[in-house]
Design a protein around this ligand. Structure first.
Ligand code: NAD
Length: 483
């Protein structure tokens, strides 16, 4: 594959190899074939990356925001020019169809670089007048950031963390998921090609231990994790030990409520986007679909009809709209939940089977008559398994929608304007959708409430999580003291 990175790590502006680390095979999910091997970072590689990040940060933080922003925006342009190659690599890394990767991954990464590149010049403190005296605030970088990624959006996650970190004058060491290690290396390569000084964006590979070593290192000032709630607990606790800043983008089991007056075609589109895009491997998915009993059967039969038109197959074929799951492990987790769904009494109305072959393909799967206590309604599956639950009353469905440890996203489909906003206000979730689902533009804050996370990515809100304020008190006259 022509577009592959040339070594495991990217440190201090260059590819670095160290075959002493544990080998990690990179598997193409559509065929099960090994397409690359990277090596987990040894203690020496971790040290090199953190030292480079520490050494480079001060000069970068001292540059003007305009200068920093220009480099990020140039990187965004290069990403867009290479969208095809980057999308092919993303498809190899994740198995997601090219139909998706060509519009949702490098493009989303480029949006983040462009957005934060654009606002870097406008980052300011404020002036606070206190009579004759005054205070001014300086918005300063945090220092060295560590980013740790999940495997579902490797390019996007590398950019969503890197772009605001760099815009604010920080350096970053990014550890991709061991399942999808390739794309972040290309992000590092492009940033440096765009003029980023060496040492500011480093990539090291490895499993959880490498992430843990980064989080606990005293040279690190901030940790941003995208991952599951159990990993979030560990990383948050380790960061707390060093009183480090954190952003936690964790899991979800988000509700989507379809009222009886909803436009059914739109609601089904939302349910498809919120359950089957990326083969269901999206953190904000609306996997608990509450459908009013008046329209339940119409909803289910039309949903089945539309699922029948999914084009399942070779992810590189631009016609393919549904690809494999990322790994055998993830496929087995989803299959396990399908068995639990059946055993706990849910009605399987679509799919439910692995698709025979070498790749990790699972049919889009829908359960109806799901009740709130079932495992498939309570636990994050992270696969193409939709649960449809019945409801009749708004207050009742709101209470049930919010009865979860998670709070990442939520959606409502209705034509009643007042109800839509009333429901959105009551959702205990960081990102809510009215008559749409899973949009994630860089201009809007993204993140979770409750166990789904801490902090926000994207938008101006991310600036608060990658910079800190210093207050400077200025006295104009003499200073009085008690003695
Ligand atoms: P995971 O929690 O298994 O791993 C996430 C990352 O953490 C990986 O890079 C892993 O190597 C690393 N890690 C594991 N243990 C660690 C430790 N002790 N210290 C430091 N790092 C450690 O998650 P995953 O299976 O890669 O991804 C799926 C999960 O991510 C799902 O729960 C999904 O909802 C969540 N996710 C959330 C968002 C979001 O923005 N909220 C986006 C995508 C995925």
């Amino acid at each position: 594959m022509q577009t592959q990175p040339t070594a495991s790590h990217f440190i201090n502006g260059a590819y670095v190899e160290d075959t002493n680390g544990t080998p990690i095979d990179v598997i193409y999910p559509a065929t099960g074939e090994k397409i690359a091997t990277v090596y987990a970072a040894t203690a020496e590689i971790i040290d090199q990356a953190l030292s480079a990040a520490r050494a480079a940060q001060a000069a970068w933080g001292a540059m003007t925001g305009t200068e920093r922003g220009r480099i990020l925006r140039r990187a965004a342009d290069i990403m867009r020019e290479r969208n095809h190659d980057l999308s092919v690599l993303e498809t190899y890394d994740t198995g997601k169809p090219y139909q998706e990767t060509s519009v949702a991954d490098a493009t989303s990464g480029a949006d983040a670089l462009e957005y934060f590149g654009g606002i870097a010049a406008g980052l300011t403190g404020e002036h606070i007048q206190l009579g004759e005296d005054w205070v001014y605030t300086r918005r300063e970088p945090l220092g060295v950031c560590v980013g740790i990624g999940a495997w579902n959006y490797p390019t996007q996650i590398a950019c969503w963390k890197g772009a605001p970190a760099l815009a604010c004058g920080n350096s970053i060491v990014f550890k991709p998921s061991e399942t999808t290690p390739l794309c972040a290396l290309k992000v590092a390569e492009i940033l440096h090609e765009a003029g980023l000084p060496a040492g500011l964006y480093n990539v090291v590979q490895g499993m959880g231990e490498v992430g843990a070593a980064l989080v606990t290192d005293p040279r690190v000032d901030k940790v941003s994790l995208t991952g599951s709630v159990p990993t979030g607990r560990k990383v948050y606790a380790a960061a707390a030990e060093g009183i480090k800043h954190v952003t936690m983008e964790l899991g979800g089991k988000s509700p989507m409520i379809v009222f009886e007056d909803a436009d059914i075609e739109n609601a089904i589109s939302g349910a498809i986007l919120g359950n089957f895009y990326s083969s269901g491997q999206v953190c904000s998915n609306g996997t608990r679909v509450f459908v009013h009993t008046d329209i339940k059967e119409a909803f289910l039969s039309r949903l089945a009809e539309r699922l029948g038109t999914a084009v399942i197959g070779d992810p590189m074929d631009p016609a393919t709209s549904f690809g494999p799951m990322v790994s055998k492990r993830q496929l087995d987790i989803a299959l396990g939940y399908i068995e639990k769904g059946k055993a706990e009494g849910a009605r399987l109305v679509y799919g439910g089977n692995e698709i025979e072959g070498d790749g990790f393909y699972l049919q889009p799967t829908v359960f109806a008559d799901v009740t709130d206590d079932m495992s498939i309604a309570r636990e994050e599956i992270f696969g193409p398994v939709m649960s449809v639950l019945d409801f009749t009353d708004e207050d009742d469905v709101m209470a049930r929608a919010n009865d979860t440890e998670f709070g990442l996203a939520a959606g409502v489909f209705t034509r009643d304007l007042a109800r839509a906003h009333r429901v959105a206000a009551k959702f205990e979730a960081g990102t809510c959708y009215i008559n749409t689902y899973n949009d994630a533009p860089v201009e809007a804050p993204f993140g979770g409430m409750k166990n789904s996370g801490v902090g926000r990515e994207n938008s101006k809100a991310a600036i608060e999580h990658y910079s800190q304020l210093k207050s400077v008190y200025v006295r104009m006259g003499d200073l009085e003291a008690p003695f």
